[in-house]
Design a protein around this ligand. Structure first.
Ligand code: ADP
Length: 237
């Protein structure tokens, strides 16, 4: 992201964001509510348009060329706080829809791929159920499997455990840790600082639409530099 600014009306939600993320890197973004974390990751897959600057993914400047943008967006998976599964479709249908419609994968192959990922997230036995028949933790694991069915090169997570009951947080974090161990490039907005310490290469702290601090986890947690980071960590740790 080069000099990215984002406005909602006259409100500047992102201010001159510069961020490089390398292949295989795992970034955790944290910061107070309203600091622009969600907006930042939503700009990476163009859910939110930006007013200034560039987002470049795999060498493609998003928005510059429609076809190239569409192709590169397919490589970006996203997991939302509220799961966002299609409620009228079974777990399996949720997982095969995008590969079939967007990538043109045949149904039999799409189902084989879907079952492989559903097994990886330990939920294959629920494949015929509808989202409402599953717990929140199970739905979020399905959402992760669904994103993986598109063979993404980058996964964005927007507070994936915030809507979960406490006993379900671990099963989703364990799935994310597995994904990290597989070498997936991940950008995660989360307040799960244990997760950040365990898997992040870098932690980014935002406040008021800006990146205030960025550091490796150990330095971030033991020796934060900025007063706002210190205040935030004092509150949540
Ligand atoms: P965070 O994820 O850190 O909680 P957000 O990115 O959701 O922060 O929001 C950053 C700021 O932008 C907040 O002040 C929020 O109220 C505002 N905002 C977010 N989405 C919209 C929107 N669709 N319209 C107007 N303002 C928005």
């Amino acid at each position: 992201m080069n000099g990215v600014s984002k406005y909602y009306g006259s409100f500047r939600a992102l201010k001159d964001i510069n961020l490089d993320v390398h292949l295989g890197e795992r970034i955790v973004i944290c910061g107070p509510s309203g600091s622009g974390k969600s907006t930042l990751i939503r700009c990476i897959n163009m859910i939110e348009p930006i007013e200034n600057g560039d987002v470049v993914v795999e060498g493609v400047t998003l928005g510059a060329d429609r076809k190239a943008t569409e192709l590169v967006r397919r490589d970006i998976g996203m997991v939302f706080q509220q799961f966002n599964l299609f409620p009228h479709m079974t777990v399996l249908e949720n997982c095969v829809l995008a590969p079939m419609k967007v990538r043109g994968v045949r149904r039999a192959e799409a189902e084989t791929i879907a079952m492989t990922y559903l097994e990886r997230v330990r939920i294959a036995d629920q494949a015929k159920k509808y989202p409402a028949q599953l717990s929140g933790g199970q739905q979020q694991r399905v959402a992760i499997a669904r994103a993986l069915c598109m063979s993404p090169k980058l996964m964005l997570f927007d507070e994936p455990t915030s809507a979960l009951d406490p006993e379900m947080v671990k099963e989703v974090l364990d799935t994310m840790i597995w994904l990290a161990e597989e070498g997936m490039t991940m950008i995660c907005v989360t307040h799960e600082m244990g997760f950040a310490q365990a898997v992040a290469h870098r932690v980014i702290f935002m406040a008021d639409g800006e990146i205030v601090e960025r550091a490796e986890p150990e330095a971030f947690f033991t020796n934060p530099q900025h007063a706002r980071t210190k205040a935030f960590l004092a509150q949540i740790l």
